[in-house]
Design a protein around this ligand. Structure first.
Ligand code: SF4
Ligand code: SF4
Length: 225
């Protein structure tokens, strides 16, 4: 059975899933307005925060489900699972990253709309800083670029979503799926297996993971280090 995304999201009957998808949309709308109004953007083409061992990017299984659904709908699931079934996946960068430079510092996310929270936080969130005040989360590159503009950083720290509010909001959406933190690649693997399992339950004729044919990716998934 071929699924349309909205219908599959409903049919899966996963607690909080539609709210999670909405939370991601709202997050991106809020931060894109703040970025635009304050002329605060990532360095063009940069992907340095994605190009690190995925164990440095911790996620819950639940927050990876929108990405897992997208991979299933777009026919990339078996290709991605082949990679994720290998040993040591926590040591390689996120499988969704497509590097465009030899050293991996340039590149892009192949499913930006469905990336998990941790990926939204770099340069797009505030944390609790010294003395309990809000402090913008910054990568080294943005820190260096804006080090002389403390007024801008202070303003953004008040406008960007506040991590101590957003993280519990997400965690509270679903209390049934394991809420532990996993390296991003591992969290994605578990989310794919969870969604495929539920699809089997909805439709016993649905293909199991790694059933032939193995599909090739349309989004250029590339994990070469
Ligand atoms: S947050 Fe920093 S490292 Fe990540 S893409 Fe933006 S500029 Fe690059
Ligand atoms: S999901 Fe996307 S944004 Fe997050 S680490 Fe992977 S490639 Fe980067």
């Amino acid at each position: 059975m071929l699924w349309e995304k909205d219908k599959l999201v409903k049919a899966l009957e996963i607690d909080g899933l539609e709210e999670l998808i909405q939370l991601y949309k709202d997050y991106d709308i809020q931060t894109s307005f703040v970025r635009r109004d304050n002329n605060f953007f990532c360095v063009s083409g940069c992907g340095a925060c994605c190009y690190k061992p995925s164990l440095h990017l911790e996620v819950t299984v639940f927050e990876m489900i929108p990405l897992a659904i997208d991979l299933i709908i777009s026919g990339q699931v078996n290709y991605v699972l082949e990679i994720l079934n290998q040993q040591g996946i926590e040591q390689i960068p996120c499988v969704m990253y497509h590097k465009t430079s030899e050293d991996g510092s340039q590149g892009y996310c192949t499913d930006y709309d469905n990336r998990p929270l941790i990926c939204r936080y770099f340069g797009g969130a505030a944390k609790v800083g010294k003395y309990g005040s809000r402090q913008l989360v910054l990568c080294k590159i943005l820190k260096e670029k804006h080090k002389l503009n403390q007024d801008l950083l202070d303003r953004l720290s008040n406008l960007m979503p506040f991590i101590p509010h957003v993280t519990p909001q997400l965690r509270n959406l679903n209390r049934y799926i394991d809420n532990g933190l996993y390296p991003l690649n591992q969290g994605l693997k578990q989310a794919l297996e969870y969604v495929l399992f539920r699809m089997q339950w909805l439709n016993p004729d649905a293909p199991e993971p790694n059933d032939p044919p193995v599909l090739t990716p349309s989004g250029g998934v590339d994990i070469a280090a």
